[in-house]
Write a protein that binds this ligand. Structure first.
Ligand code: NAP
Length: 488
């Protein structure tokens, strides 16, 4: 039997940007689901903040529509809405802050979570105002959404500015990939079994692939995206965090700093990619008109309405970790928009067996693979070789041992935000990025960006609905390997 989730202590969660896409599509539904599961006490409050002139009822109506569209249960949604409040204020202006501080003072004992779901250029103004009103005291925490900067210098600026008001121990830099069930399971699999860890090294692992593929184009986010590109938007944060979870040494415990210390060591061990080797180790792409899910779609430059942009909507690269465990094991990373499938996965490919005892008639011997799928569905599959059942000689088959969690345990998969928001309330920063991790990731990414800028070359074109430029296939195939193609 599954144990019921433990309720957290009562809290006030303030969402700056409470009417925005992230708040409405992810944060409010996450809070609703935890409420419906009995984890959020009725005395908690969720306070939306934005400039739009709304009152509590207006905000509740807005939230109600979104939650019901999201499959919420009518009566539970109505109960949850009682927790919701709204205050209209402009983060850059003086008005409204005193009234907001007065609202906060009604529950002095509550944990206070300030979730900054706004553009990062508002982070400093918001934190300064919170500090001026003493709202950074006691059990106060601040959650920062990505992007934390666009390079090391700007990330340092944001961290310094926020750090003048909130201590590092109060600062939660969210990377929702770390809240995914599969990522938690990677820890369970590696450190809760004796089967994997002895093989988890250069002696037995041939290479690792991490793919984060989207079918969508840039759409409404084009202005932000053109300033960022795939490396900043996906690789510097999400993909490197996944790489750390695969590659880190066993931490001494699951305490926040024990885990984050090990991740930091991985980031610091990444071999530099700069102008001396970027052309060999990286491939940039930009989509042209093509098809997505059976529909014709425009190219990146047409969506941008600017035909000069060199921003990459696709990147593939070959990373290496310079330490004893991983020496010589490539980590092939790729991400892009307008690819044929929406899929995020980590594929750990083991070395071939050292010697085959089977005849050619048994069929080829495939390498073992551990495939950790994060999107669209979460599951883990271990590909092993078995004998084809029945008479007819010893014929080999490569089959997957399926560990699909939802089916196995009869539970619905929680969204990553559900876990992460409650971790903030509980004061557990294990799954959040520490400042030095963000800095180490930028230290590795900055020289790649500089090398691309220096080369002045445009990204390679690829047709929307394909797996990126052909050079991305060549990047892995020239090493005698192929991108994982098993989509079952
Ligand atoms: P969005 O839809 O543009 O929402 C921005 C929110 O901020 C709105 O509620 C807006 O409302 C409010 N706002 C803007 N200026 C303000 C001001 N001066 N004072 C107070 N409130 C202000 O953005 P989003 O997509 O929700 O993204 C929010 C943040 O999360 C961004 O940093 C984004 O990069 C990050 N993020 C988003 C996603 C996602 O899936 N959407 C995923 C990962 C990270 P008013 O205009 O009424 O003030």
């Amino acid at each position: 039997m599954t144990a019921s989730p433990q309720p957290v202590e009562p809290f006030d969660l303030v969402i700056f940007g409470g009417t925005g896409d992230l708040a409405v599509r992810k944060l409010l539904p996450a809070l609703y689901h935890r409420y419906a599961d009995g984890q959020i006490p009725d005395t908690s409050r969720v306070i939306g903040i934005a400039r739009e002139m709304l009152d509590d009822d207006g905000y509740r109506a807005h939230a109600r529509k979104a939650l019901l569209e999201n499959g919420g249960d009518k009566s539970k949604v109505d109960d949850f809405l009682k927790l919701l409040h709204y205050r209209s204020l402009d983060a850059r202006k003086d008005e409204g802050w005193d009234a907001f501080a007065a609202l906060m003072s009604e529950q002095p004992g509550h944990v206070r979570v300030f979730y900054l779901s706004t553009s990062p250029d508002l982070f400093v103004d918001i934190c300064n105002r919170l500090g001026e009103h003493g709202l950074n005291q006691g059990k106060a925490r601040v959650v920062l959404e990505k992007p934390i900067g666009r390079d090391l210098a700007s990330a340092n600026q944001i961290n310094d500015d926020v750090g003048r008001v909130f201590d590092e121990s109060q600062t939660y830099r969210i990377d929702h990939y770390l809240g995914k069930e599969t990522v938690q399971n990677l820890l369970a699999l590696r450190f809760g079994n004796v089967l994997f860890e002895p093989l988890w090294n250069a002696e037995h692992i041939d290479h690792v692939q991490i793919t984060v593929a989207e079918t969508l184009g840039v759409g409404q986010r084009v202005a932000y995206y053109d300033h960022a590109g795939a490396l900043r938007d996906m690789v510097q944060n999400h993909i490197l965090q996944l790489l750390c979870m695969v590659a880190m040494e066993p931490p001494s415990s699951l305490s926040p700093d024990a885990v984050r210390d090990e991740k930091l060591k991985v980031l610091r061990s990444l071999k530099p990619i700069d102008e001396s080797n970027a052309a060999q180790l990286t491939v940039r792409g930009q989509y042209r008109a093509g098809a997505a899910e059976g529909q014709s779609v425009a190219g990146y430059l047409d969506e941008l309405k600017d035909h000069k942009s060199h921003t990459e909507s696709f990147v593939a690269l070959k990373a290496e970790i310079a330490n004893w465990r991983w020496a010589g094991v490539p980590f092939y990373l790729r991400t892009g928009k307008r690819l044929p499938e929406r899929v995020s996965e980590i594929v750990v490919v083991f070395k071939p067996v050292p010697h085959s005892i089977f005849d050619a008639s048994a069929g080829p011997l495939a390498q073992n693979r551990l495939v950790l799928r994060l999107q669209p569905d979460e599951n883990i599959k271990l590909w092993v070789t078995i004998k084809h059942p029945g008479p007819g000689g010893l014929r080999l088959r490569h089959v997957s041992l399926d560990m699909s969690f939802a089916e196995a345990f009869g539970v619905q998969q929680p969204d990553a935000y559900e876990r992460l928001i409650l971790d903030v309330v509980r004061g557990n920063p294990t799954l959040f990025m520490r400042r030095d991790e963000v800095e180490a990731a930028w230290r590795w990414a900055d020289p790649i960006l500089a090398a691309w800028a220096e080369s002045g070359e445009a990204p390679r074109p690829y047709t929307a609905g394909t797996w990126g430029p052909s050079a991305a296939v060549a990047l892995i195939e020239r090493d005698g390997r192929t991108w994982n193609e098993d989509s079952d």
